[in-house]
Design a protein around this ligand. Structure first.
Ligand code: ATP
Length: 328
């Protein structure tokens, strides 16, 4: 039976992440391949409320697979949080004959999509785009792998200075609620200790570990701190704490900040984005809705958006153990 979906909109919403452009390209090209019309919405839900739409054909996404950020721009929209704003958005979609949309974003963007779907029975599919990797229903979100490579690269550079001057560096990485970036990049960059929101390492243990490493002859150390680490101290407070309790250390702080979000997407993120975009369009044409495309055991899977929002990702305990062993 022919699908009722003849025109699909695609947009990016919330914080940008590398791989979003590759996902837009994939949605647009899959629509072209399957002879479905495609429309790009600028600035996420804000553009939907304002009617900021642009038809997209296969050639409109030339040379974007390698670009960070998002050509469709992203925004946070307060008006879409109101029933009036969502009504306006719905009217704009209907006026443009749009039958369904693909939203590329994080859990906030998915919450908006789910509410909209409930109110208007409008077909929606989500693609997880966030560097934090904090979405349930997928082992990887778009941008996570690139962010890890960016962080590891930055820490490698910091290590040059740390070892030249026998210093201890606290490096703050993104992760208010989850420590996936800190843990993975920490192991990848050979960090001495990794402080994450999920586990309370304890300040005593940190001091013990630093004492031990000094004794064992290490000349420099790197401690990775996720923004929301469980010690309750930020990097600057940690620096003060260690300097007070272990004056042998010359401590420096580096906050990586927004550079973690930018940059050329890794090959992994480009491939993942391309696969997810195809699946998202196919799912809509199969009559599916209110689902998020994810990847597990290298297979694409569909998870109800509600579950993706409400579920929690788990920190990899095995990786914590590996990190402990490596810091011997
Ligand atoms: P990030 O991972 O960067 O935080 P996100 O997708 O979670 O990305 P948010 O800023 O939380 O980003 O959400 C993006 C947009 O989704 C909001 O600006 C708003 O327009 C819409 N949105 C979020 N929550 C709701 C809600 N409860 N009702 C309606 N719309 C919402």
């Amino acid at each position: 039976m022919a699908s009722k979906i003849k025109k699909i909109a695609v947009f990016t919403s919330g914080g940008d992440s590398p791989g979003m452009n590759a996902a837009i390209r994939s949605v647009v090209r899959t629509c072209a391949y399957l002879k479905v019309e495609c429309v790009g919405i600028y600035r996420g839900y804000e553009g939907m409320v304002e009617g900021d739409f642009k038809p997209m054909d296969a050639r409109s996404v030339n040379n974007i697979i390698n670009k960070g950020g998002t050509i469709l721009k992203s925004a946070r929209s307060d008006s879409f949080r109101t029933p009036e704003g969502r009504k306006q958005a719905y009217d704009n979609l209907v006026a443009n004959n749009i039958d369904a949309f693909v939203v590329i974003g994080g859990d906030g963007s998915f919450t908006g999509a789910m509410i909209f779907n409930k109110e208007y029975d409008f077909p929606v599919i989500g693609i997880p785009g966030t560097i934090d990797n904090d979405i349930f229903g997928t082992t990887y979100t778009l941008g996570f792998d690139t962010a890890l490579n960016t962080v590891v690269d930055a820490i490698d550079k910091i290590r040059d200075t740390a070892s030249s001057h026998n210093r201890l560096f606290f490096v703050e990485v993104m992760g208010r609620d989850v420590g996936h970036i800190a843990l993975n990049a920490g192991v990848g960059a050979g960090a001495e200790e990794i402080l994450i929101p999920e586990e309370n390492l304890g300040l005593e243990r940190l001091l013990e570990s630093l004492k031990r490493s000094k004794k064992s002859g290490k000349s420099s150390s790197i401690v990775i701190v996720a923004e929301g680490d469980k010690t309750g101290k930020n990097v600057f407070e940690l620096k003060e704490y260690v300097e007070e309790n272990l004056p042998i250390y010359d401590v420096r702080v580096s906050v990586l900040g927004h550079m973690q979000r930018g940059g050329t997407p890794s090959c992994f993120d480009r491939v993942l984005a391309s696969r997810m975009g195809v699946r998202a369009v196919e799912a809509l044409l199969e009559g599916k809705s209110n689902l998020m495309v994810g990847i597990q055991d290298n297979k694409l899977i569909l998870t109800p958006i509600e579950q993706a929002i409400k579920g929690h990702t788990k920190i990899d305990k095995e990786l914590i153990r590996v990190s402990d062993i490596m810091s011997t």
